[in-house]
Design a protein around this ligand. Structure first.
Ligand SMILES: [Fe+2]
Ligand SMILES: [Fe+2]
Length: 261
């Protein structure tokens, strides 16, 4: 581990392990208007203010809420019993992720009641597109929207970003790995189901491309809307866009699909 990280681990990690300390610092932040978290961090290894910290978590919470809603609703319109059962298991896992994020927020004294005002407008459009698909009983559209695009973006953020947080907090790294493992399964389910539809010629490829294109539009605009949040995760918008593009191309290829975007 780099000296910088060793030093930061020594100074910052105890704060993560003792959420009450961070809660106290955030409370002082609010009271004094001084960004004490930034002042206390010798290197930028975590969101540098209570607001930025909350904005990061807001996007993870919003993503989990969409996935929880979507897996429950997709189970209702699943084409067979195996898919229905899997989606109910997925819903249970999403509920657990959401609960974990909420517990973390509460430990840091950051209530989730104000979270919606931190979420990027285009991030919220994920939900609208998926809700419309579910309302018209469109299993294919909702599966692409959630199990490929939303879950895939979470994987990109957790895998490519948050490196400093991971390096400096064993607790946060463990938490992220736990979520990542589940999200990889959820994406794999989406890929396999799509491949099966492609192989059985049950897929409307033009519709699949339209839905994917709409979701990619929201994703790329959302990425451009939150440069400060991404910066706190150690990512640049352009870099994340390209990584996400490569990631989605890989998933689509596994599903037997190829779209230009
Ligand atoms: Fe999740
Ligand atoms: Fe998921």
């Amino acid at each position: 581990m780099a000296l910088k990280n060793r030093l930061a681990k020594l100074i910052i990690d105890p704060a993560f392990r003792k959420p009450a300390l961070l809660k106290f610092i955030f409370a002082l932040d609010d009271l004094t208007g001084i960004d004490l978290v930034r002042a206390l961090a010798p290197v930028k290894i975590m969101p540098a203010s209570a607001e930025l910290f909350q904005r990061c978590f807001a996007h993870f919470v919003a993503g989990e809420e969409i996935s929880l809603y979507c897996s429950m609703e997709l189970a209702k319109i699943a084409p067979d019993e195996a898919a229905r059962k899997y989606l109910l298991i997925q819903a249970d896992e999403e509920r657990a992720h959401l609960e974990h994020f909420r517990v973390k927020l509460a430990q840091f004294g950051l209530g989730d009641d104000k979270l919606s005002r931190f979420v990027s407008p285009n991030f919220n459009k994920f939900r609208t597109t998926i809700e419309h698909a579910i309302e018209r009983g469109d299993f294919l559209g909702a599966l692409i929207g959630n199990n490929l695009v939303v879950e895939g973006l979470a994987i990109c953020l957790l895998e490519y970003g948050c490196m400093d947080m991971r390096a400096n907090s064993d607790e946060i790294a463990k938490f992220m790995d736990f979520v990542l493992e589940d999200e990889r399964h959820h994406v794999r389910f989406g890929e396999r189901r799509l491949l099966r539809m492609v192989e059985r010629e049950e897929i409307d490829a033009a519709h699949a491309e339209d839905i994917f294109g709409e979701m990619w539009g929201h994703a790329s605009k959302a990425i451009a809307e939150i440069p400060d949040v991404l910066d706190a995760m150690g990512l640049k918008p352009g870099e994340l866009t390209e990584k996400a593009r490569g990631y989605y191309q890989g998933r689509l290829s596994n599903a037997g699909l190829s779209f230009a975007f």
